[in-house]
Design a protein around this ligand. Structure first.
Ligand code: GLN
Ligand code: ZN
Length: 766
């Protein structure tokens, strides 16, 4: 019989209990023992849930108080000197200090945070030194195995493998790559495996997600070295080597040749691995087949999955096949149980973590020839989804068919449009603006919750929003900003706000997914063809513009970000879905323009993170991503300025793509990186206007005029000042008014000061 197994389970709990517990502890409302008791309860609940679903291989050590990469860093004793170095006492307070930093007298910067492969989960980047010492400082995997064992549940501990962990790390204060530390690190993993075997562990899952990437020779050699050693170290332990998010492709043959007991394949994202793996798998190697999508919310098509499993069972025999989700279920919401508000037809098409582990165990039984009738409801739901009239919109499809390449092109080029727009709107040298949102005051969040519960009527809610827009406009006028925003007070979230108004999108009540630490996101679900029944933003843009003589921007979330921060449909290519969203947003652009709005900002903070893991697939992605943005932007005529914003500063490798977007003005994050990205713009002769952020909004500190004039002067050396704007790094939604007011005053003062210096020295402007 194939073995029903899981790679990892969400940590946050069905009602974000972990978030509540963490934030109560941080705020001093609960003590440590209460937090730890809640964490223990959550772990027990997760194990019991998976056990009662019928899983045989249940993961442990997939839980974390903050982040599993950070846990691994502590496990191997790699504590940076500022947090006490290798001898530091390991516990929750050290975890939180490294994750969140320490403020007060001795300020300690947290570890850097960045995205986990192509997901929206963020991990903390290990900081390593060339002479880094390692030790088994925290046997967390052993502790959690024992904890489950005491509950009568035998688990499969999950480890982040040494090669991937090193590759995720960064060498500070030294030369060379982190992989040079492998020889020092391996003894820790060897000791850990021995301890696990001693505790009675039978199977260990070692995740090496780097196997899904294009690997340089050093990494391939490191994997070979690591697993030749670890695979043979403890003969009684069975190692499952797991990688996910993509096909193993060129790394498949090497992985199958390592001395491990099983290799996991992500057959959702890399179905092409199956046949070669079946052909190449040596005698005795088991395969774990990821047939249930761990990164998306759709119910598994049992016929597709069974076909794959049966091929493997025929070739290897049932006992050498493990059935699994494609990756850890960390990336999907916990349970459909709380989604009673979802339309029942749509709900039947979905599976969250709790439902996915049931799918896995039913598929394992069916692949072993037992209980095939259990799959009938899933089969019926998938057939209903395929046939549903809600999925396809013939009118939209006909419209997409009629699109011509000219519709992707804006009139004139950047410099020509600039002249036309400047005749319409007068702007000083170094104009000032913001990225869109102003502080989201708690009263507004409360009002929105009351509106949802029916305790506040729409008119009263809108009156509150109007007051807030008035306040934001008045503040910007008084502060002297040149191009205004309405402040986005009506938006709970930049994606959900649009998803709630678009056909083809559904939003959930509690479909939370961990983003980092206690932070969660609630991605909407795109289930069908997308269209826009009505204008979405025009009412607020027009209201705000009516309050002032200065221009006010229309604000849209771009098509790539709408797609990337949602659960996308899996029955058509992502690019096709993106084009549908783009068409809906194009109509919005045209309506804003017709309503007299002279600047429209289309935010694309997620453009870069959508880049596929394998380089071979990147060009195709960038092609459709650019085309979709252009389809939206080209809805605007020459007299309307199109702005865009992206929240990161690594531009060099995608600079050509950025230029192809042909946005009139681009704002980017730059303050923290010391404006280092300006070099890319200069080198590539970027033709349009740029606003490198001069105010680091991720910090509560108020930037001084001097800091910001310094940044602007630096910027004016790389980019002709006529094409430069003064802006913050990102939206101000998460900040308080007490910081934003002085910060924006300083920003305006800094811009005026540098502008007058530049005016005084015209040579500087050539
Ligand atoms: N306009 C959005 C805001 O200001 C942009 C946010 C973002 O880039 N993530 O909040
Ligand atoms: Zn941003």
């Amino acid at each position: 019989m194939p073995i029903a197994s899981n790679l990892g389970y969400p940590r946050i709990g069905p009602s974000r209990e972990l978030k509540t517990a963490l934030e109560s502890y941080w705020a001093g409302r609960q003590d440590l023992s209460q937090l730890l008791a809640e964490a223990r309860r959550l772990r027990a609940e997760r194990w019991r849930q998976q056990s009662s679903a019928g899983l045989e291989h249940i993961p442990s050590n997939d839980f974390s108080l903050y982040d599993h990469v950070l846990d691994t860093t502590l496990m191997v004793g790699a504590v940076p000197e500022r947090f006490g170095g290798p001898g530091a006492e390991i516990g929750p307070d050290l975890i939180f200090a490294m994750a969140r930093g320490v403020s007060g007298e001795t300020e300690l910067a947290p570890l850097d945070m960045t995205k986990w492969f192509d997901t929206n989960y963020h991990y903390l980047v290990p900081e390593l030194a060339p002479d880094q010492a390692f030790s088994l400082a925290w046997p967390k995997p052993v502790e959690e195995f024992e904890e489950a064992k005491a509950l009568g549940i035998r688990t499969r501990p999950v480890l982040l493998g040494p090669v991937s962990w090193l590759r995720l790390g960064r060498m500070v204060g030294g030369q060379g790559g982190t992989l040079q530390l492998l020889d020092r690190l391996l003894p820790v993993y060897e000791e850990l495996l021995e301890r696990l075997a001693g505790a009675g562990v039978e199977w260990v899952q070692i995740d090496e997600p780097c196997l899904s990437q294009d690997l340089p020779v050093e990494a391939l050699e490191a994997l070979e070295t690591a697993y030749q050693r670890l695979g043979r170290r403890v003969p009684s332990l069975r190692l499952l080597l797991a990688s996910y998010f993509s096909a193993l492709g060129p790394n498949l043959e090497m992985a199958l040749g390592l001395p491990v007991a099983a290799v996991h394949l992500d057959l959702v994202n890399g179905p092409e691995d199956l046949e070669p793996a079946l052909a190449l798998a040596p005698e005795g190697l088991s395969l774990s087949l990821g047939v249930v999508d761990g990164h998306n919310v759709w119910r598994t098509d049992p016929d597709r999955a069974l076909a794959q499993l049966e091929r493997a069972v025929t070739r290897l025999g049932g006992s050498r096949v493990l059935v699994a989700p494609s990756c850890s279920l960390l990336h999907v919401p916990v349970s459909l149980r709380s989604e009673s508000g979802l339309d029942p037809e749509l709900r039947a098409w979905l599976a969250f973590a709790e439902e996915k582990v049931v799918e896995v165990s039913q598929l394992a039984r069916a692949a072993g020839g037992q209980g095939p009738e259990e799959l009938e409801p899933a089969r019926a739901a998938c057939a209903a989804r395929r046939a549903s009239a809600r999925v396809t919109d013939p009118a939209l499809r006909a419209r997409l068919q009629r699109l011509t390449p000219e519709q992707l092109v804006r009139p004139g080029d950047g410099p020509v449009r600039r002249l036309i727009w400047r005749q319409r709107v007068s702007m000083p040298l170094l104009p000032t603006t913001t990225v869109g949102s102003f502080p989201q005051v708690p009263e507004l969040r409360r009002a929105r919750a009351r509106l949802r519960r029916g305790e506040l009527d729409r008119a009263a809610y809108e009156a509150l929003i109007e007051d807030e827009v008035r306040r934001v406009i008045r503040f910007q006028e008084e502060t002297g900003l040149d191009l205004l925003v309405h402040g986005e007070p009506e938006r709970n979230d930049m994606v959900e706000y649009f998803a709630e108004q678009l056909q083809g999108f559904a939003t959930t009540r509690a479909g939370w997914v961990q983003s980092y630490g206690s932070r969660c996101a609630k991605p909407p679900i795109i289930y069908g063809d997308v269209s826009r029944p009505e204008p979405m933003t025009v009412r607020w843009a027009v209201f705000a513009q009516g309050l002032t003589e200065r221009p006010v921007k229309g604000m849209l979330t771009g098509p790539v970000t709408m797609l990337q921060w949602s659960f996308a449909r899996d029955d058509q290519p992502r690019g096709d879905t993106c084009r549908q969203i783009a068409l809906a947003l194009r109509d919005e652009v045209q309506d804003l323009e017709a309503a007299g709005i002279s600047v429209i900002q289309i935010d694309e903070p997620a453009l870069r993170e959508g880049l596929p893991l394998h380089r071979g697939r990147q060009a195709a992605y960038l092609r459709w991503a650019v085309d979709c943005f252009r389809l939206v932007a080209a809805g605007a005529g020459a007299a309307t300025q199109v702005h865009t914003h992206m929240c990161y500063s690594e531009f060099d490798e995608i600079m050509d793509t950025i230029a192809e977007l042909d946005a009139d003005v681009l704002y980017i994050e730059a303050a923290r990186s010391g404006m280092s990205l300006l070099g890319s713009f200069a080198r590539h002769h970027y033709p349009n206007e740029v606003g490198p952020g001069i105010y680091d909004i991720h910090s509560p500190l108020v930037p001084t005029v001097a800091e910001m004039t310094d940044r602007l002067r630096l910027a004016a050396r790389a980019i002709p000042p006529e094409r430069l704007w003064a802006v913050p790094d990102c939206g101000l939604k998460t900040r308080g008014w007490a910081e934003v007011e002085p910060a924006l005053h300083n920003l305006v003062t800094a811009a005026r000061q540098v502008a007058s210096e530049l005016d005084a020295v015209p040579a500087a402007r050539s």
